[in-house]
Write a protein that binds this ligand. Sequence first.
Ligand SMILES: Nc1nc2c(ncn2[C@@H]2O[C@H](COP(=O)(O)OP(=O)(O)OP(=O)(O)O)[C@@H](O)[C@H]2O)c(=O)[nH]1
Ligand SMILES: [Mg+2]
Ligand SMILES: [Zn+2]
Length: 314
Amino acid sequence: MNKNKFKNVKGIVVALKANFLIVEIDNHDLKKNSLEQFSEKTRLLCTRRSKLDYQGLFIDVGDIVFVESIDYKNKRAVIFEVEPRKSFLKRPAVANVTLVAICISVKEPLFDIEQASRFLLTAESANIKPLIILTKIDLIPKNYLSLYVNKLKNWGYDCISISIKNSQGIDLLIKQFRETKLTVLAGPSGVGKTSLINHLIPKVELPTSSVSKKLKRGTHTTRHVELFAIGNGSLLADTPGFNRPEIICDPASFAYLFPEFRAQLTKSQCKFRNCLHRDEPGCVINKDLERYSFYRDNLEELINSHLPYQGGSA
Ligand SMILES: Nc1nc2c(ncn2[C@@H]2O[C@H](COP(=O)(O)OP(=O)(O)OP(=O)(O)O)[C@@H](O)[C@H]2O)c(=O)[nH]1
Ligand SMILES: [Mg+2]
Ligand SMILES: [Zn+2]
């Protein structure tokens, strides 16, 4: 068998397992190599060439890689090259993300402005489009739901409201996911990210668990990032929930991560070019907006963390 025939087989890293990487090979390549036995996509357990480590190249879920030395029988291969990333989401760590779907439950755990905003800021600062999925809407009356939807609209975001208990909003969500190359489900623990994947792709049967009655929080059931095929060549990532994403941004750019402030700053200019939108004269930011106090509190924190070191030995 000609070994070179299998050079340049391209795939995507769908999960990390201990020191191995699970790579899903494109159907297209399989067809090219006329391997009829794999009509579906196949997943290979891979190691990586040590030259990649010397080059300091980390490989994460979502990375597009080239594999060689493929052992189709035992489903093993070696990664020898990584494509440059189009985008990178730091936490959860996923490469080449096209959409961050931030799952926020309306109840159990309760919607929290600060938490929802922190997840949105993570996506905004990675320059990846966020979409909000309001989950568990079967737990609240309809008129309550419109309060949340309007609130998010005022922040500058659209949302899709869903329930896996009565399948509300699910068709719209599937359509959205299938139009997107790689969607990451992110959000706090217990909001129903894994339950949603199980609902959409029943054959995966991933473990989920109920929200702690005592702490009213999720129990960190999902421990790893994993990509699943959702149809039409699109992928969906389940990720571990975490409760308080860190904000990393320089103070001068912070306001631009909020669509409602961004809209004002593109329409008109503050008097001072270095305006931080606190109490400066001629500032164009509307301080009555709902998230302004969240902006202010976190701005102070960012300024303090950016201060040059003032101490030193006496
Ligand atoms: N009522 C209701 N409960 C839901 C819905 N979706 C999920 N749940 C419940 O929410 C609980 C937590 O769901 P998970 O899917 O484990 O949550 P997760 O976001 O994956 O949590 P982590 O893996 O810890 O990040 C489970 O008991 C689900 O049955 C929903 O639409 N309605
Ligand atoms: Mg989960
Ligand atoms: Zn200003």
